[in-house]
Design a protein around this ligand. Structure first.
Ligand code: UDP
Ligand code: MG
Length: 335
């Protein structure tokens, strides 16, 4: 029997020793902030270790974020850049970062300095104590406006009520993860990357440290209401099939009620004769049932849409350019 010989020898990503610490920084139109971000981050990192890498994901920025990052790479080769072919959104940028980061511990961090880099030494200390995940918990969200705070609050409440795994309160993507956790995340095949839900799902030994959320250092938030709403919908449907299943129970309950109601109508007609035909009650019944039908169909559509997305099995993202990076696990090759 002939043994199959690979035509192109696979480059081994593990030839270089893995750095101790990787940071993943998703960036979308952050040109104003790049300089200040690294000025504050790098000294802190260097106090923890010289063995670090910073993987910046340029998420299809239309401003001068990429040239600014290239400049940083020229100054310090440990600052690496992955430029996606278009804007894919923060969660997919994070997934891309997780594929390319090689550190034994990995920390995703926002580029706008809302996640204070000063927490990194403490995170690393906890990791060295033996925790697999050290997340940063915001004790105040004063800087966000009331509307955002309230909607976030409600989202987590509903999510934790219906979802199978709880997302801890007031925890974002800013956290340290051991390599084991990163590998687990990469092994999850779904395309709807609701990172907070995935982080919660993988589990492992977790702990949190508290901090207060600062205001954005430069630029503006990339989340507008419609985007946030869609994000919430993705999050809920990614974590739970409850919205889909609840209709079965609702339908059964309504069906039982209808049978008794019908029996009662028959009985009433037999005893007292035909009362005045009720146009109003009929209309109301038809309307309510009609709307329930439409809602149920809509919810079905939400899931079917996502199934479609998964089945299409497109690659999560496309890379346009990369500086100083090779994928830790060549995910697109695997599929
Ligand atoms: N971001 C991204 N792609 C996007 C939107 C945002 O990579 O489509 C990045 C952004 O550059 C920042 C981080 O995600 O580093 C958090 O975004 P932002 O500060 O706008 O969100 P907020 O803090 O308001 O929730
Ligand atoms: Mg921000």
């Amino acid at each position: 029997m002939r043994k199959s010989v690979p035509i192109v020898p696979r480059r081994r990503a593990t030839d270089r020793p893995a750095p101790l610490l990787s940071l993943i920084v998703p960036m979308f139109n952050e040109e104003e902030g790049v300089e200040g971000f690294f000025a504050r981050l790098i000294p802190i990192l260097r106090k923890v270790t010289e063995d670090y890498e910073v993987v910046c994901i340029d998420d299809g920025s239309s401003d001068r974020t990429l040239p600014a990052l290239e400049q940083q790479h020229a100054k310090d080769a440990r600052i690496k850049v992955l430029s996606l072919s278009r804007n894919f959104g923060k969660d997919i940028s994070l997934s891309a970062g997780l594929d390319y980061a090689r550190g034994r511990a990995v920390i995703p961090i926002d580029a706008d300095l809302q996640d204070p880099p000063e927490l990194i030494p403490e995170m690393v200390a906890k990791w060295r104590e033996g925790f697999d995940v050290v997340y940063a918990r915001r004790i105040s969200r004063d800087v966000d406006d009331t509307q955002k705070r309230l909607s976030a609050n409600w989202f987590y409440r509903i999510h934790n009520w219906i979802a199978d795994v709880r997302i801890p309160d007031n925890v974002g993507d800013y956290r340290l993860m051991d390599r084991r956790v990163v590998s687990a995340l990469q092994a999850l095949p779904e395309k709807t990357r609701f990172m907070k839900g995935l982080f919660a799902w993988v589990g492992f030994k977790q702990t949190g440290i508290d901090y207060s959320r600062e205001a954005r250092a430069a630029g503006t938030t990339k989340w507008r209401y419609w985007k946030l709403w869609n994000f919430a919908l993705d999050g809920l449907t990614a974590s739970s099939t409850m919205p889909l299943r609840i209709w079965t129970y609702f339908g059964v309950a309504l069906g039982l009620f209808s049978i008794f109601y019908a029996l009662w109508l028959v009985l009433r007609t037999a005893l007292y004769g035909n009362p005045v035909p009720g146009y109003a009650s009929l209309m109301v019944t038809v309307l309510i049932l009609g709307s329930i039908n439409i809602i149920a169909t809509g919810i079905l559509g939400e899931y079917v849409g996502r199934i479609y997305n998964e089945v299409r099995n497109r690659p999560l993202y496309l890379v346009r350019e990369s500086l100083g990076l090779e994928p830790a696990t060549p995910k697109m090759e695997q599929r």
